[in-house]
Design a protein around this ligand. Structure first.
Ligand code: COA
Length: 329
């Protein structure tokens, strides 16, 4: 058996923060942000949490798939900004949706998290263990952003996206997934209170200075160079593994970090930019939610038809990367 996407859903919090509004917190301009990132605005949580957004996106995906919550056997939530650690967000979603028969866990592979969770769910279905799985990417990055750091706070936004996967007969498709921990310092987020009474605090500085380091810190240029070099390589590797030509892919759905990254990947891949849909202008970088939000927009906009082949690809902190071919049913 293989996994096919039966339905998609997403949820975007209603509060919009335009680039102009960021001038209240940092020295910046709408022009600078648009030119360097393509971002025009982002949506941020006010009342929502990672779990509440995940549940709303998950419910929309179930409705789209015509599948009852009770028939789910597994829920995976990918998040790098969990509002709480225990219970895991997948358990909170299970409770909210009434998915009483589902096992639950969260997964963190930063901005590669949704594609990694998708690959994990596919492996469960291919092994025969489960038939129906809900995979969600949900992020409240505005809550782990240092709003006085103009190098990062302009980039991020909040939201959630989800897919329902179901088992069907078909030919297995290969994926690509990897990491380079040696470059991890380029993008970090520490938990601020990692210490015990017996020795040196794990993050001395963080403990000494409360939540100082409990924000995303980033070497933007290092991440930029990594993404532009790595993503075309993994697309090439993925297509080779599946005996596919670039032209056979209808859309390359990349993690929405920055329009310049997507444009550079399109150029290096030698495919028209129209095959690389983008919505980073509206939402900013929503980390592991960006790929399923974009997938849902394409699906609901009637842009994806039965038989279409898509590439989904995530990249980011870790450093990590993951890419899969999705054949639409
Ligand atoms: N507004 C105005 N000026 C800003 C600014 C802002 N928000 N942020 C930085 N600047 C300034 C810098 O201070 C610097 O000024 P200086 O030349 O006087 O020192 C100048 O703009 C250039 O800064 P730099 O950091 O070199 O800009 P950049 O072209 O590398 O763009 C990013 C910065 C973050 C937009 C870019 O590196 C990027 O997009 N990186 C990838 C990040 C990413 O996608 N991360 C998530 C991956 S999952």
């Amino acid at each position: 058996m293989i996994a096919v996407i039966r339905g998609t859903g997403s949820y975007i919090p209603p509060r919009v923060v335009e680039n102009e509004e960021l001038k209240n917190y940092i020295e910046t301009s709408d022009t600078w942000i648009r030119e360097r990132t393509g971002i025009e605005r982002r949506h941020v949580v006010t009342d929502d949490t990672v779990a509440s957004m995940a549940a709303k996106a998950g419910r929309a995906a179930l409705e789209n798939a015509g599948i009852q919550a009770e028939s789910l056997e597994l829920i995976i939530v990918s998040t790098t900004s969990p509002t709480q650690m225990i219970p895991c967000n997948a358990c909170l979603v299970q409770k909210e949706l009434g998915a009483v028969n589902a096992s639950c866990f969260d997964l963190n592979a930063a901005c590669s998290g949704f594609v990694t969770a998708y690959q994990t769910a596919c492996a469960y279905i291919e092994s025969g263990l489960y038939q129906k799985i809900l995979v969600i990417g949900s992020e409240a990055l505005s809550c782990i952003t240092d709003w006085s750091d103009r190098g990062t706070c302009i980039l991020f936004g909040d939201g959630a996206g989800a897919v329902v996967l179901a088992a069907e007969k078909g030919k297995k498709q290969e994926s690509v997934c990897g990491a380079d921990g040696s470059m991890g310092d380029a993008l970090t987020l520490y938990s601020g209170y990692l210490s015990n009474p017996f020795g040196t605090p794990v993050q001395e500085e963080a403990v000494a200075d409360g939540r100082k380091n409990a924000f995303v810190r980033m070497d933007g240029q290092a991440i930029f160079r990594f993404a532009v070099r790595k993503v075309p390589q993994i697309i090439e590797e993925l297509l080779q593994k599946n005996n596919l030509q670039k032209e056979e892919i209808k859309y390359y759905i990349l993690h929405q970090a920055n329009t310049r990254i997507v444009e550079a990947v399109a150029k290096r891949t030698g495919q028209p930019i129209g095959k690389f849909p983008m919505n980073v202008q509206e939402y900013g970088n929503t980390s592991s939610a960006s790929v399923p939000i974009l997938l849902d927009e394409l699906c609901r906009g009637g842009k994806v038809r039965t038989g279409d082949r898509l590439v989904i690809a995530g990249f980011g902190g870790g450093l990590t990367w993951a890419a899969s071919v999705v054949t639409w049913r």
